[in-house]
Ligand binder design. Structure first.
Ligand SMILES: [Zn+2]
Ligand SMILES: [Zn+2]
Length: 130
């Protein structure tokens, strides 16, 4: 098998895994969980696969409060996230008030083509009870 074909297979494994997973995961977490189910994927390959999938718009990436990159296969289109700091449980949220506010602030200062990123980190209902 050529290395290109092997990488394609590994990338498919990463994509499939994230498609079946609802939470934001770091490259290390993806790597560890793929190894657990017996996929012999290298950490560097996981990193590269995640990076190229973000560039292709297949994955959302957020920075955790620790500064780590975390990845998730999201629904297409603009949205925001609530992310649990403890268990990584993630909820996609719409934030109309944020959209309006961001648009009007950009407008006020003459900015066009303005985008924004906003994620809310906290403890989910289950983790709050522990
Ligand atoms: Zn939680
Ligand atoms: Zn928004």
């Amino acid at each position: 098998m050529t290395s290109t074909r092997r990488n394609t297979w590994q990338r498919a494994a990463v994509r499939e895994f994230l498609a079946a997973n609802d939470d934001f995961l770091t490259a290390q977490q993806v790597h560890a969980q793929l190894r657990q189910v017996g996929d012999k994927v290298g950490l560097a390959t996981v990193y590269r696969a995640l990076q190229s999938m973000v560039e292709a718009g297949e994955l959302d990436m957020v920075r955790t409060p620790d500064g780590e990159a975390a990845y998730r296969s999201c629904t297409p289109g603009h949205h925001h996230h609530l992310v649990c700091r403890s268990c990584s449980h993630t909820v996609e949220i719409e934030a109309d008030a944020v959209e309006e506010w961001a648009h009007s602030v950009a407008d006020k200062y003459g900015f066009t083509d303005a985008g924004h990123e906003l994620e809310i980190f906290g403890l989910c209902a289950e983790c709050s009870q522990r």
